[in-house]
Design a protein around this ligand. Sequence first.
Ligand code: AMP
Length: 457
Amino acid sequence: MNFSALALHPTLLANLHDQGFEQPTPIQARAIPIALEGRNLVGLAQTGTGKTAAFVLPILHHLIGGPRGLTRALIVTPTRELAEQVNATVRSLGRGTGLRSAAIYGGVGMDAQERALRAGVEIIVACPGRLLDHMARGVARLGTVELLVLDEADRMLDMGFLPSIQRILAALPPRRQSMLFSATLAPELRDLVATAAPQALTVQVGEVRPAHTIAHALYPVPTHHKTGLLLELLRRADSGSVLVFTRTKHRANRLLQQIARAGHSAAALHSNRSQNQRQLAMDGFRAGRIRVLVATDIAARGIDVDRISHVINYDVPDTPDAYIHRIGRTGRAERNGEAFTLVTPEDAQQVRAIERAVGSTLERRKVEGFDYDAPAPARPGSEFDRPPREQGAQRHSRREPRPAGQAHHHEARSGQRAEQRPGSQRPGGRLEPHGPERRGDAPRPPRRQERPERRSA
Ligand code: AMP
């Protein structure tokens, strides 16, 4: 099937052609015709399937001929990175249409966003919290919205955004077209679909399984050799960009230091970094100046960097769902990618759950020449490699005061434990900031077995 079969506006077809997109992906082929009919839609598709264009193209098509200066489409996303990326897609696919858009999210000043909104935009791409701020000030006016998209709706619920979404929904005209995209359709989501997108048609692609372009493997390793093995894998994977996942932002920082010390260009992406730092990290990674990006789950949501050749899970993800999302960062758009997961004996249960979800036993690999039997390294900064029991034995040290941001060799161990409790006091006496936008949307306590890190990455 070719895009021209989808009866999209010629400007959009030309833009698709310019970007080298000739054939719709399965989610695009199935969702776009329904969306063009004006029907409500639920798209079950994970990142990497082309889902963004599946809703952006119908929106642009619908708006091209209509009035300007009014907000006619609203796309709500869980994170600022995703808002930026969706907005970038709106801009690239909407080139030459004269349609204007703004990305609205917290963690940056209000003024530039306010100016953009006051100047008039037809499309708003927003995170819930900051959008509510602009609504409260009367700057974002949603009374003329004709199309709504809730993108990565499952993540938004996970992150506690339901009350914010409900407030946004209440401000929208009831007569509108609504599309909801999600990797999974959890029971809580069905209620949201019933209110936000009644009588929606559901389109599902490629069930929730990793893309066939991803080769995955597990690397069993004693806990104290995780960092050494990671550095060895980085050394051997000598081409392409590498995304490394850690369970907490604190571990991301510690690991970043060690990766940088080994001579790799690297950066960290998590919510303790300023918007500017995150942007610089993303830009550098996208441009290839930064080869290794160390990230936590939420910060990495929706990262759309085509050249990621390897995803390495330094820490096993909490849930199979998180595993699939993480490794979906590689092998995108039919490129080949490899996903490696370091597993320690303590991870056995999570590994079993992941294998059940992906429907196969994952290959176990050993790195030839790596000394698995070497004694535990005693270098400073390697403490968070130690087995949990040893960490527990040192727990009394958590209360030691130290200047904020200073890398004390106990901090990784104690910080890691502190971050496993919601709102827990960090070693420096500070409270962890919550939520992807670090603002008034206090997310509710985590569901299932989630660690708070997944909300405050
Ligand atoms: P998404 O799932 O929206 O994050 O998109 C994943 C990747 O697929 C992005 O890099 C897109 O640029 C790319 N993409 C989207 N649609 C197509 C298409 N029809 N053909 C090839 N690549 C595409």
